[in-house]
Design a protein. Structure first.
Length: 453
């Protein structure tokens, strides 16, 4: 009996010791896995990471998201528990704008950083910005590849011009002079394009061919709380004559979407290629919406863009793109684009037109919560504001007002992130939505604000 009691006591102590070892590990894993975004320090850390990688437009989006939740630069900022960090979002934002060539915004942000928290780094940056020192021009490998392709096309066109000039030299004087004048005009335009290619920052070059009024709204004019809609662009299926153009169009389309004013957060291709290939292993032909949504959810994006490409017998090029919500598995928008040729110009044309159509079909709109019925949240955004089912929105409310420390002028109203919803029903002047992400302890009320993600 004594031996049995002793064994039971030993077993009980062993179980207690096991729990004491395992529970802290479990709590740590739950903490890491439970993060759903929306914390200012997560956006700030992402912004610092993108700055180190030279991805300045992405860094701008992350720092703006952080500032929407915590506005002022501080030397010592508490994140959670007893963990503190140096918090200089305005200084980093000024540096990002400086490298993007936006000196006006760079000056505003560096002045704000120094007003809130003076630092040697901010003073040095202010001197560079106000002194007119030009930032170094940086391009990605994809941009270098496109630049080389354009240079090759220009070289081929120049060779053709020289051959035509030699043939014209043998014709009658009057006819030759007329034709040479036309060639000189073409040569002047060609030189202008060459100069633009060599001198212009690449992100400006990629949007310089958009006609006036092509984009129907400006993302910078719309309140941003949290991050914009995150998208992964999957490789399109290809059919028709000639070589497979899917990789060329994929790279061009990613660049086009990325350069549309920060409207979308585009995930880098290398981050999801392996996951997508594993998910789609053994599948041939067109990727359906359910498979695309499943792959996108594994990747961790709000939506995936998939589609197909066809080259006609006449050399024409057509693309179809479909954006699928990963939460609902439903189509958000479907667009197409056409070019009469399938050469480099045709690839750039269909990629540009498809990106612009998707951009314009997903407008950024602001509104209010007008009713809450159980799990349904009714918004004052409807079909009259171009809302569609399965679009996602961010809920927030205004918080503390922040005045400039020197002038006392109202500069900022803190935005309190409440969560995110997806539209389930759209009427003419209102829509019904359901929560897909909710901030801890947040209570959604009539009068809270909403902005399309």
């Amino acid at each position: 009996m004594n031996l049995s009691a002793s064994n039971r006591e030993s077993s009980k102590k062993l179980r207690l010791l096991t729990l004491l070892v395992i529970l802290p590990v479990v709590f740590l894993l739950l903490f890491k896995c439970g993060y759903a975004g929306g914390k200012w320090y997560n956006y700030y850390e992402n912004g610092v990471k993108y700055m180190k990688q030279g991805k300045y437009q992405r860094a701008v989006n992350e720092f703006r998201s952080a500032i929407s939740l915590e506005f002022a630069d501080k030397k010592r900022m508490r994140t959670y528990g007893m963990h503190f960090v140096k918090y200089y979002p305005h200084r980093y934002l000024a540096e990002a704008y400086y490298y993007l060539g936006d000196l006006e915004n760079a000056k505003k942000e560096v002045d704000l950083s120094l007003a809130f928290q003076s630092s040697k780094e901010a003073k040095k940056l202010q001197s560079k910005i106000y002194g007119g020192e030009p930032p170094p021009v940086e391009v990605t490998p994809e941009e270098v590849k496109l630049r080389e392709q354009e240079q090759l096309a220009l070289a081929q066109e120049r060779q053709k011009l020289e051959q035509e000039k030699e043939l014209l030299a043998e014709k009658e004087k009057e006819e030759r002079e007329k034709a040479l004048k036309e060639l000189e005009d073409r040569e002047t335009k060609l030189a202008e394009r060459e100069a633009q290619l060599q001198k212009a920052p690449y992100y400006l070059y990629m949007t310089s061919d958009l006609p006036a009024g092509a984009l129907t709204y400006d993302p910078s004019k719309v309140t941003q709380v949290g991050s914009r809609l995150s998208i992964a662009v999957l490789k399109f299926s290809f059919s028709g004559a000639g070589r497979d153009l899917s990789d060329d169009i994929l790279n061009e389309l990613i660049t086009r979407l990325y350069n549309l004013g920060g409207r979308f957060n585009i995930m880098e291709r290398e981050k999801y290629d392996k996951i997508v290939k594993e998910q789609l292993r053994g599948q041939a032909g067109q990727i359906d919406e359910a498979t695309a949504a499943k792959a996108g959810k594994l990747i961790g994006v709000d939506a995936v863009l998939t589609g197909n490409i066809t080259v006609g017998d006449d050399g024409s090029l057509k693309t179809w793109g479909r954006l699928v919500n990963t939460e609902t598995g439903k189509l958000v928008t479907a667009q197409d684009a056409y070019a009469s040729t399938s050469d480099l110009n045709g690839i750039r044309t269909v990629s540009r037109d498809l990106a612009v159509k998707i951009y314009n079909d997903l407008p950024l709109v602001e509104g209010y919560v007008i009713d809450v019925e159980g799990s349904s949240i009714i918004l004052d955004l409807g079909a009259d504001k171009h809302m569609k089912r399965d679009m996602q929105c961010v809920l927030y409310r205004d918080g503390k007002e922040v005045n400039h420390p020197l002038s006392g002028e109202l500069r900022f109203v803190n935005k309190i992130y409440l969560g995110e919803v997806v539209l389930t029903q759209v009427q003419e002047r209102a829509s019904v939505s359901k929560l897909i992400i909710k901030e801890e302890k947040a209570k959604i009320s009539v009068g809270d604000k909403v902005v399309v993600k």
